[in-house]
Design a binder for this molecule. Structure first.
Ligand SMILES: Cc1ncc(COP(=O)(O)O)c(C=O)c1O
Length: 386
């Protein structure tokens, strides 16, 4: 446990006081308390698809704050209704029901509970290297041993299979399986792109065994991978879709989206006091408006296509593999990522890790083209010269 007044420990997310103190954002730029400018290449792990202070989102929050901040989920609310309609309008028609919460972890917890209750089955199949959050249910689906071990025993009946291995699914998804939970692109695990064949095999395995397929798009959703939702790359539509991070333009939110058919089989109760509050819904409505009007998924795809050959040209003696699509890239180094991230920071670019050896680029989708290209060239320099 750290003392926030003296320590720079980040275990409780209090912020490392030895690093720049960020005070303000403008598009994909961040400014510290001394006024120094940084290009954001991490977007708070994908929250800031619109940057960290989009003016339309800020205006919607201000307007809504003056009208109605909170409201129990038992009442209807025009902003919530408009937000839900807008979200469902972006999704295939099979999706018609949304459980709103306040984080990605909660969106996953809801999916686990809905799947167990709707199928009457206990087993959850997830993938190695997967990340789904840190509460006990979501953590049980998360793979990394060091995240799990201090909190064991976790929730029973969770198993993990190799990612992108269709043959592993056939054995694991059985008549006791409630949910197969996958990220279409694994984010925290190092940016591994699920192949369309694998995701189709996942759909197939669930259909054959009567299990539900859940896609955790907390990080990949809302334009990040060059499509509005990453599942569009494969055309595989899940039964449960989890969204959070950028959904409300930076305001805490989580959403678990499903069909009326699945919701109709759900028994029991699952609620959240703050879930669906008008403030988050107003921010979400504004964020979805900007995302669609400015065609940001297409922009992500274009900037990603620009990046691919540049990243492929990084020196092979330092770089083991480059993976990604849209504005979601993992550069797996032969050595540790931390020195490269520090060298990038010294040059004014703030990227993030994904495990010990992967530099992850997850910039706001609104990043200026020159800042994106500048970041890619700074990465090349940081890798070559430190
Ligand atoms: C794929 C995925 N699922 C779930 C989560 C958990 O989201 P939150 O931190 O909002 O609880 C994350 C967070 O990084 C994530 O990347």
């Amino acid at each position: 446990m750290s003392d926030a007044r003296t320590s720079s420990s980040t275990e409780f997310g209090e912020g490392d006081r030895s690093r720049p103190a960020i005070a303000r954002a403008d598009g994909a730029l961040l400014f510290d308390t001394t006024g120094r400018r940084y290009v954001d290449l991490g977007a708070t792990h994908g929250v800031g698809n619109l940057g960290a202070a989009h003016p339309e989102v800020a205006r919607a929050i201000r307007d809504q704050a003056g009208q109605l901040l909170v409201l129990g989920s038992g009442y209807a609310n025009p902003v919530r209704t408009a937000f839900l309609d807008r979200l469902l309008g972006l999704l295939p028609p099979s999706f018609s029901r949304v459980f709103l919460s306040n984080s990605g972890t909660e969106a996953v917890e809801a999916a686990i509970k809905i799947a167990r209750s709707a199928t009457g089955r206990p087993k959850i199949v997830a993938a190695r290297r997967g990340f789904h959050g840190r509460t006990l249910g979501a953590l049980s689906a998360t793979w990394r041993r060091e995240l799990r071990e201090p909190f064991e025993p976790l929730v029973p009946e969770f198993v993990h299979v190799a990612y992108n291995d269709a043959s592993a699914l056939a054995g694991a998804v059985d008549e006791r399986t409630a949910l197969l939970l996958l990220e279409p692109v694994q984010g925290e695990g190092g940016v591994h792109v699920g192949t369309p064949e694998y995701l189709r095999a996942a759909r197939d395995a669930c259909d054959r065994r009567g299990a539900l397929l859940g896609f955790d798009e907390v990080q990949t959703g809302l334009g990040r991978t060059g499509r509005m939702f990453a599942f569009e790359h494969s055309g595989v539509v899940p039964d449960l879709l989890m969204l959070a991070k950028s959904l409300a333009g930076g305001v805490p939110i989580g959403a678990t989206v499903t069909s009326s058919e699945v919701e109709g089989r759900f028994r029991g109760s699952h609620r959240s006091t703050f879930g669906g509050n008008p403030l988050a819904c107003a921010a979400g409505l504004a964020a979805l408006e900007v995302l669609t009007r400015e065609r940001l998924p297409e922009r992500a795809e274009r900037l990603g296509r620009q990046a691919a050959p540049i990243l492929a040209g990084l020196p092979a003696d330092r770089v083991r593999e480059v993976r990604g699509l849209g504005l979601m890239w993992g550069i797996e180094l032969r050595d540790r990522a931390a020195p490269v991230l520090a060298a990038l920071e010294a040059r004014g670019y703030l990227a993030i890790p994904a495990g010990a050896t992967v530099v992850r680029l997850l910039p706001p989708l609104v990043i200026a083209e020159e800042d994106w290209l500048g970041g890619l060239s700074a990465l090349g320099e940081a890798i070559a010269h430190g």
